[in-house]
Design a protein around this ligand. Structure first.
Ligand code: ATR
Length: 282
């Protein structure tokens, strides 16, 4: 691409902790592109104006992180399917007519990670158990329903949050209390932890996997530590496991492609770079 360097950034409040500049910086360098990717802290008081006047920012697009995903979606002229469903956008770009477009790529990131590290994981219509009912769970339920999953069980400490998601997504989703977990595990093809349990500094995820079939794929969105207790326990009993780092990296792919015109790959070097920055043992 010619002309001035295309600029994108992660926007949020706070943004200091974001690894997005490292991810996009790696891809810009790898592909020899002129673009730039920075961090812009947008305070809650100014967020509505910022996204409403996005074209004045000088950016070709942006990532949006907490707490602005909803405000950003509301400012968009056009949203993709996932962002429409979730009412939240994490990826923005200006189209040729200067209209602000938004996508929610968290679910796509989840799928991209499993497609890369467990090819064929969704080949048969299956059943999934999703632990947790926060924003990440919603994106993952959306993602699973976009594939062939016939049943998605949402298990959460606070039942009404699981019920809200299940009601929203229709008859293929069912909400449960935590005490149903053991029974559900006996019949699931996929187990996903979307809670913060098991993350360094948080409570452990205490779960009895003895009923889980050997063929069940187990994945966690927690990536600090990279091998959570859940993944360790599942791996030791012979289940295939996929760690959560790839979701973070794959959700960045569509934005980079929109802004800089090249579809980047999530490779081992990128994984190693982010793990080093996080101070996490590979
Ligand atoms: P995110 O939007 O990133 O998914 P979140 O909305 O804070 O984060 O959701 C965190 C999830 O972890 C929730 O499902 C939460 O359960 P509740 O809805 O009952 O709060 C779950 N979670 C966090 N700490 C937990 C704990 N100690 N025991 C069980 N579940 C927990």
């Amino acid at each position: 691409m010619s002309g001035p360097a295309r600029k994108a950034a992660v926007t949020g409040y706070p943004v200091a902790q974001s690894r997005s500049p490292l991810v996009h910086g790696y891809w810009l360098k790898k592909h020899g592109l002129e673009g730039e990717y920075g961090k812009i802290e947008v305070s809650p008081e100014t967020a509505e104006d910022f996204f409403a006047n996005f074209s004045a920012s000088g950016l070709v697009g942006a990532n949006v992180t907490v707490p602005h995903k909803e405000v950003a979606a509301a400012a968009c002229d056009q949203l993709d399917d996932a962002a429409t469903t979730m009412g939240a956008a994490n990826t923005l770009w200006l189209d040729e007519a200067g209209r602000l477009c938004g996508a929610n790529t968290d679910g796509i990131g989840f799928l991209g990670n499993l497609d890369q590290l467990a090819p064929g994981w969704d080949a048969l219509p299956g059943t999934a158990v999703v632990l947790g009912a926060g924003g990440a769970a919603r994106a993952i339920v959306w993602a699973l329903l976009s594939r062939k999953f016939t049943k998605v069980h949402i298990v959460n400490r606070t039942f009404k949050k699981a019920k809200k998601i299940a009601d929203e997504f229709g008859s293929r989703t069912i909400a449960h209390n935590w005490d149903k977990l053991r029974t559900l595990l006996g019949e699931t093809d996929l187990l996903v932890n979307t809670t913060s349990l098991g993350m360094t500094g948080k409570s452990p995820l205490e779960i009895d996997l003895s009923a889980l079939p050997q063929e069940t794929l187990v994945t966690d969105i927690v990536y600090v530590p990279l091998e959570t207790d859940l993944l360790k326990q599942a791996g030791e009993r012979g289940n295939q496991t996929v760690d959560g780092l790839g979701m973070l990296l794959h959700q960045a792919v569509p934005g980079f492609e929109k802004w800089f015109g090249v579809r980047p790959e999530v490779d081992d070097e990128l994984r190693a770079l982010i793990l080093k920055d996080l101070g996490v043992e590979p």
